[in-house]
Design a binder for this molecule. Structure first.
Ligand code: URA
Length: 234
């Protein structure tokens, strides 16, 4: 959002998830909104974002949101209530009321843990989920039985087919790190892809964790916590 552009106060409050345009009059009346230190009076006034304070604070993430979340198991990435508790419950409620609202960059299964990017910038979702852009995602896998070294050339071959999928999987880098543990680097993100790649060869993935997205590593970010990241770090 260009910093020298003026916007209506009510539009800014609703776009950033504080309240609806209709409710903004009440916020102004209550003295919660100031412009250059003065109490704002008219919600239709056009102001510079930089001059606006809400409850004394600058507007939250005026340039858009981009954070990484350490997703715990048991939460879904969908907002459908019937699918159960979701990852958005770990983030500020206001972010889901923004326009556009926050969304995850791709999805992790309910039982998968690890790095999940969250943004309100649709162009980033497009770019980072498209297989054309070949963003590498690293998954740490635990298998229910001893892994077969023959999986390595098979996954790398670019010929592996998943049931119901028209195209074979793009070449993927599998590295065995223990008898039943490995990591897998993928540049695509098909539905349940890691679990299906192993299942097709007779292995059940008992634990799945995403440790890396592009150049970004989850590092020691605690489970259930998030932190802001830059576009350049991906
Ligand atoms: N592959 C899967 O099977 N599940 C995930 O959550 C991500 C990749």
């Amino acid at each position: 959002m260009a910093s020298m552009t003026r916007y209506r106060i009510d539009q800014m409050l609703s776009r950033h998830g504080y309240c609806s345009r209709g409710e903004s009059r009440g916020w102004l009346k209550a003295g919660r909104v100031t412009v250059s230190g003065e109490k704002a009076k008219n919600p239709a006034d056009k102001v510079l974002l930089a001059d606006l304070r809400i409850d004394g604070e600058p507007i939250d993430h005026p340039e858009g949101i981009l954070v990484m979340l350490h997703k715990p198991a048991g939460l879904v990435c969908s907002r459908e209530e019937r699918e159960g508790p979701n990852v958005y419950s770990l983030l500020p409620e206001r972010w889901s009321r923004r326009n556009p609202p926050i969304t995850s960059v791709g999805r992790l299964d309910k039982e998968t843990t690890g790095l999940l990017l969250i943004t309100d910038r649709g162009e980033l979702v497009q770019r980072w989920t498209s297989p054309r852009h070949k963003v590498t995602k690293r998954y740490e896998v635990v298998s229910d039985q001893d892994l077969d070294p023959d999986l390595v050339p098979l996954f790398a071959s670019g010929t592996l087919r998943l049931p119901d999928d028209a195209d074979p999987c793009l070449p993927a880098n599998l590295v065995l790190t223990g008898v039943r543990t490995a990591y897998l680097d993928l540049v695509e993100g098909r539905y349940h892809q890691v679990r299906r790649m192993f299942a097709g060869q007779g292995f059940r993935v008992t634990s799945l964790h995403r440790s890396q997205f592009g150049a970004l590593e989850l590092g020691d970010l605690p489970l259930g916590q998030w932190r802001a990241v830059t576009e350049e770090s991906i």
